[in-house]
Write a protein that binds this ligand. Structure first.
Ligand code: SF4
Length: 63
């Protein structure tokens, strides 16, 4: 499974980084970026939680 973040839509709230720091990190623009690709199996549930709770729904999880 892979995660992706739509950089255009990210509002840099850092929620996903708090929920799942194994997969999401902050880039130079202060927005979230994926730092683990593919998603480590142990982090899949938290990555999905981050996607589900992103306030602007710009995180995608796909196989
Ligand atoms: S939760 Fe969504 S809006 Fe917030 S930093 Fe992560 S990707 Fe960006």
């Amino acid at each position: 499974m892979k995660a992706s973040v739509d950089q255009e839509g990210c509002i840099a709230c850092t929620l996903c980084i708090s929920v799942c720091p194994e997969v999401f990190g902050m880039n130079a623009e202060g927005k979230s970026q994926v730092i683990a690709d593919p998603i480590p199996p142990d982090s899949l549930a938290k990555a999905q939680e981050a996607a589900d709770t992103c306030p602007v729904s710009v995180i995608s999880i796909s196989g």
